[in-house]
Structure formats: C-alpha cells, structure tokens
Design a binder for this molecule. Structure first.
Ligand code: SAM
Ligand code: SF4
Length: 324
C-alpha cells in the first residue's frame, strides 16, 4: 500500500494518455506556442498497461484516463481494453466531442461513469472558451450517454465575468435528468493567465444558487475532492471542487502519471519522477513509486496556501500536459 508521511493511503491513479487535444480551452492550454510531446516519448500501450499493473499490485483500485483529450489517441481502444482486465474501477475525463464513436467500447470495458467537461451552455461562448466549434456535438453526446444510463458528471470551470452568469442554467440541467454538475474553482497552472480575481469561489457559487433554490448537503465519501449538494425533486446533483478556497488535501488518495510517463504525487507537485525512462531501461520502478509518494507535501504541492497564491512563483506544467 502506498502510504505517505501523513498516513494518506494512495489507491487512485490518474493516467494521462496524451497531451494533445481537439480543443484549446483558455484556462488549460497556453495561448503561445505549445509543443506537443512526440509520439515516441509518450507511454505506449504496453507501457501504460505494465506500469498500471505495478500500481495495482501496490493497492491502486481506481484508474481515471485523462489527457489532453484521451479520445483523440488512436489506440485508446487498446489502452481501455487492457486496463479493463485489471481489478480496478475504470473512469475517464473527456471533453465529450468523440464520445459517440466509443459508446460500445465504453460498455464493453465497463467504463460507465464519465466526467464530461463543458463550461458554457451558449454555443457562441463555447467558441470563445474552447476556441473550437463543437458545442452541439458535446450536448448531443451528453444526452446520448445519459439516455444510455451512463453516470455522467459535467465539469464546469467557473470564471468570473466569463461564465459565472450561467451557474443557474447548469443547475437546470440537473432538474429532469440524472446529470451531476461539478463547478470547479479556476486553478493556476503554467501560462494559463490565472488571476486571483477571476476565481469564482465555493461561497460565491453557493450564494448564487441559494438565491433561487433550497438545497441540502450530501454526505462526503472518503477522499472526495468535492462538496456535494442536492436540490429537492431534481434528478441530478451538483457539487463544487473548491481547490482554491477549501481544498481536501488531508485525505487525498491521488497520484498522477503524465502522458510522457512522469509520476506526480499532486496536481501542484513541483517535482516529478520519470517512471517511463526507468521502465524502458528495465529498472525497478516500484521503489521509485514509493519514493515519490513519500515525498508528497502536506498541501497543494507545498506551492501555495489558501488565500495566499503567488502564481508567478508556482513551478508546474500547464494543465493540458499534467492531465486533469
Ligand atoms: N480533455 C479532457 C477534458 O477537458 O475533460 C480531459 C483533460 S482536462 C485537463 C481535465 C479537467 O481539468 C477538465 O474538466 C478541465 O475543465 C479541468 N481544468 C483544466 N484546466 C483547469 C484550470 N485551470 N482550473 C480548473 N480546472 C481545470
Ligand atoms: Fe483540451 Fe480538456 Fe484542456 Fe480543454 S480542458 S484544452 S478539452 S485538455
């Protein structure tokens, strides 16, 4: 079992399988020139499988596939089929654009719970945020997957004066369908133009909803990074991921593997462990994994504190190359 110096047990691995994407979300992908990782530097299908097996041997019970956009990788089917053979709960975070091509594969691999990212319900604003025109396709795919009884969470990054005026529209999505909306506080990463006053906080989100709805808190599962709520008579729920104002680092169980095979013990960790190079050299990566977990900082990668964020001093990758 992968336990760190704060007695946190790590049984959840998020694997990025590409740092490329068919969108260019303004909060995720740097605006200036971005170099995608060369194909030979990415973890190959067998490398993802074998490295994942080592994590599973050491207690990992849940694997989330992410990116970049995982569904643009041509061999994503092989990756999912291999991982589906492991004794883990398999999930994915996707922008939803290509989901319709993979519905049978998702059923076959029992990948029945998905996070789909969507930051606006206005087609024009979608083009401004994501810089591409796929709004209708994503909406159709959300409907398709909900109708096929997948458990669907819709991730919305809330940014002040960009989409904070749409919170109640997203709440409406939870009314007649079992859609679970997750409002995410805007987080700072390399070159994503983060500013303190662009963050729309947990309290502000709840205040907006409170003006129109009565809601109750749902109980927190261990390791949850969200605060969950339910509005009476709504089929779905809503939640807030409040990393910037109220993080849940104290029982964090997550580890990450970037598409180029570097292990990160926190979204904000400054340091990384190059598992892929070690694996390619035939070295023992189990000890590297343990060492990485033991170096995990208490909170927020040790890079900032709630209410005291100097984004210029944070050393990290851009979100697209970490894998959210
Ligand atoms: N392409 C897929 C997608 O968009 O769902 C998976 C990768 S994306 C990096 C994973 C999640 O990270 C998305 O829900 C996205 O909205 C979120 N994300 C990206 N940058 C973020 C930021 N600066 N602050 C908060 N969430 C962010
Ligand atoms: Fe691509 Fe997802 Fe990042 Fe948007 S949030 S640019 S869809 S990786």
């Amino acid at each position: 079992m992968l336990v760190d110096t704060f007695q946190r047990h790590h049984d959840y691995l998020r694997i990025s399988i590409t740092d490329n994407c068919n969108l260019r979300c303004l909060y995720c992908m740097p605006d200036d020139h971005y170099n995608f990782t060369a194909p030979d530097k990415l973890m190959q299908v067998n490398e993802i499988t074998e490295i994942a097996k080592i994590f599973v041997k050491n207690g990992v019970k849940k694997i989330r596939i992410t990116g970049g956009e995982p569904l643009i990788r041509k061999d994503v089917d092989k990756i999912l089929l291999n991982l589906a053979d492991l004794p883990v709960k398999l999930t994915m975070t996707t922008n939803g654009i290509r989901l319709n091509d993979y519905i049978d594969l998702m059923k076959q691999t029992k990948l029945l719970s998905l996070n789909i990212s969507l930051d606006t319900l206005c087609a024009d604003k979608y083009k401004l945020i994501a810089k591409r025109d796929y709004f209708d396709r994503v909406m159709q795919n959300i409907k398709l997957f909900v109708d096929n009884n997948f458990h669907i969470k819709v991730n919305m990054v809330v940014m002040k004066n960009v989409n904070d005026d749409e919170i109640l529209d997203f709440i409406e999505l939870t009314k007649d369908r079992p859609i679970h909306v997750r409002f995410i506080e805007f987080m700072p990463f390399d070159r994503n133009d983060w500013q303190h006053d662009k963050v729309f906080t947990l309290d502000q989100i709840l205040n907006v909803i409170n003006e129109s709805y009565e809601f109750t808190s749902l109980s927190r599962e261990p390791h949850d990074t969200v605060k969950k709520f339910k509005i009476k008579d709504h089929f779905g729920t809503f939640a807030v991921i409040s990393t910037m104002t109220s993080p849940f680092c104290s029982d964090c169980n997550r580890m990450r593997l970037t598409a180029d095979g570097k292990m990160k013990n926190c979204l904000f960790s400054k340091t990384e462990t190059d598992l892929l190079s070690a694996f390619r050299m035939g070295l023992d990566i189990e000890s590297l994994i343990y060492k990485n977990v033991l170096s995990k900082e208490k909170e927020l990668g040790g890079q900032f504190e709630v209410g005291n964020v100097d984004d210029s001093s944070i050393v990290n990758r851009s979100m697209i190359s970490i894998g959210g």
